[in-house]
Design a protein around this ligand. Structure first.
Ligand code: BEZ
Length: 212
């Protein structure tokens, strides 16, 4: 069965550039981003891993751990990390799963045979503190991901969890947000949104971002 938004992220045990990762234990009740790479020593992946290390402060602020996957072994990962650090001017600060046997890639459906029989596509799973998959994204091998967009999605998900709001098209941190339709009780609306809201339609109510 496929993995969907709302599925529990499957547990696994796999080697990584740091140590053997027992995934659920490694999550430790925190949010995480698990993202796959087609192969070690490839140019786009090299830039992506450097970009994520540089964003560590942003991931930490949101309580999110990063973990990558590539279908090569630990020794190759260690050699590649040296190249990543040298060329991207970073220090690798999160584990890269060494998924040579494709155990995790198969579990998370990261191999799309019509694209390539053996290499993973660029999958992203955003997982919450209850181990639930909250977002899945899939990019082709030739397109590097926009990690600012991934942080934006995390911000949106965490706002929904904390404030019962959703985020409209092209929302950026600090923009107005949308009150979820299920929230109708006038007293609760007043209590939750003391800055008020504008109802353009009964189902389209905008309010300033509550945590700003
Ligand atoms: C890359 O990471 O640069 C890459 C990997 C596989 C196919 C195309 C590009």
């Amino acid at each position: 069965m496929g993995l969907h938004i709302g599925s529990i992220a499957p547990d696994f045990s796999q080697e990584s550039s740091e140590r053997v990762i027992n995934f659920h234990e490694w999550l430790g009740g925190k949010w995480a981003v698990l993202f796959s790479h087609p192969k070690d020593f490839t140019p786009v992946c090299t830039t992506e891993l450097g970009a994520v290390s540089k964003l560590k402060g942003e991931f930490d602020k949101r309580g999110v751990k990063a973990i990558a996957l590539s279908v090569d072994g630990v020794e190759d990962h260690h050699k590649w990390i040296k190249d990543i650090e040298e060329t991207q001017n970073t220090k690798q600060n999160f584990p890269i799963l060494a998924d040579g046997d494709r155990k995790v890639a198969k579990l998370y459906d990261m191999i799309h045979p019509e694209a390539n029989d053996t290499l993973t596509v660029r999958s992203v799973f955003i997982i919450d503190g209850n181990k639930k998959i909250r977002t899945t994204l899939t990019y082709p091998a030739s397109t590097g991901r926009n990690f600012d967009e991934i942080l934006r999605v995390i911000d949106s998900l965490q706002l929904t969890d904390n404030f019962k709001v959703a985020t409209p098209a092209n929302w950026k941190d600090g923009d107005d947000v949308v009150i979820i339709t299920a929230l109708q009780d006038p007293e609760e609306l007043k209590a939750r949104f003391p800055k008020g809201f504008r109802a353009l339609k009964p189902y389209l109510r905008l309010t300033p971002q509550p945590n700003k």
